[in-house]
Ligand binder design. Structure first.
Ligand code: AMP
Length: 291
């Protein structure tokens, strides 16, 4: 097999061998290489990762792989938006150099039997509400990093817990890649951009705006000296007024070890939320300065 040059706007590697072949050539030319792992259906949030990658590397690979092992059977693996042609064009327009879009069989050949279990930062938040999730993320990200062996890999703070989990794993497993976090990107109305926003109706979207409003309200109240528990309790009204009566979590945690904070916030922290809005499970988070 060679790089797929036919349909996509960028050369597309579909096998580990083709990916490595291209990476080897770039390395021989002295290029620094960045990997931006994604599940496709790309949007401005992903493009911001490419912009970040440009600051650190000469060549940028965007991987597109909807990873089956991070979805539970009842979740949206089949429905997850797939748009490789558009994705490739977007990446080309933003200065990326190659797409890596392996098949599921390339990533998980028959007999695949390995799992990675990360403790600590996987406890709580999405680790509780999606118990399968970080195991799937760990295996796919470690494989992508070892397949490409880039100098750097960029991940968004939109998935803040995931970023901490990946940093932990890369350190623990001595994977020779520098992990860089990039800020969360929002649409003009404040909704965090997400591939899953495609599931939202106009009404859902209006409802979804309550998420970031509730989070920023928590940050404001904490800054005024309220405890985390008080700030969260007072901000629930914003969710309920929008018709959101249930959530997977709405919490304040330490920004580095993700320990739960209930009292006065005296160290850098984040407010986190996950809630089902229409057909989409939305997640968002907000930086909190100590009181
Ligand atoms: P996904 O395709 O949703 O799995 O995301 C791929 C990468 O893009 C992850 O590192 C995400 O954190 C990042 N990402 C997705 N949405 C955003 C956003 N709104 N802002 C910043 N990064 C994002």
């Amino acid at each position: 097999m060679a790089l797929d040059l036919t349909s996509n706007a960028l050369p597309t590697a579909r096998t580990v061998a083709d990916l490595r072949d291209q990476v080897r050539k770039w390395r021989a030319a002295g290029d620094r290489i960045a990997l931006v792992p994604t599940m496709g259906a790309l949007h401005v949030g992903h493009m911001s990762l490419i912009e970040e990658a440009k600051k650190h590397a000469d060549k940028i690979i965007v991987s597109i792989f909807v990873n089956p092992t991070q979805f539970a059977p009842h979740e949206d693996f089949d429905a997850y938006p797939r748009a490789e042609l558009d994705d490739s064009q977007l990446v080309a327009d933003h200065g990326g150099h190659m797409i890596y879009a392996p098949t599921a069989a390339e990533m998980y050949p028959d007999g695949f039997s390995t799992s990675i279990n990360i403790t600590g930062v996987t406890r709580g938040l999405c680790g509780d509400s999606r118990p399968h999730f970080f195991g799937g993320v760990a295996i796919v990200v470690s494989k992508l990093l070892l397949q490409a062996l880039p100098d750097i890999a960029i991940f968004g703070e939109k998935d803040f817990q995931q970023l901490q989990v990946i940093k932990r794993m890369v350190t623990d497993l001595d994977i020779p890649v520098e992990v860089i976090g990039a800020p969360l990107i929002r649409d003009e109305d404040g909704l965090a951009t997400s591939s899953r926003n495609k599931y939202l109706t106009a009404e859902d979207r209006t409802q979804g705006l309550a998420l970031h409003r509730a989070l920023s309200n928590v940050a404001d109240l904490v800054k005024q000296g309220k405890t985390a528990t008080e700030a969260l309790a007072a901000s629930e009204a914003i969710l309920k007024d929008a018709g959101i009566n249930e959530w997977d979590y709405f919490e304040v945690r330490d920004a580095s070890d993700l320990d739960l904070i209930e009292g006065v916030v005296t160290r850098p922290a984040r407010a986190f939320i996950a809630a089902q809005v229409g057909k989409a499970r939305l997640i968002d988070n907000w930086a909190i300065d100590p009181a």
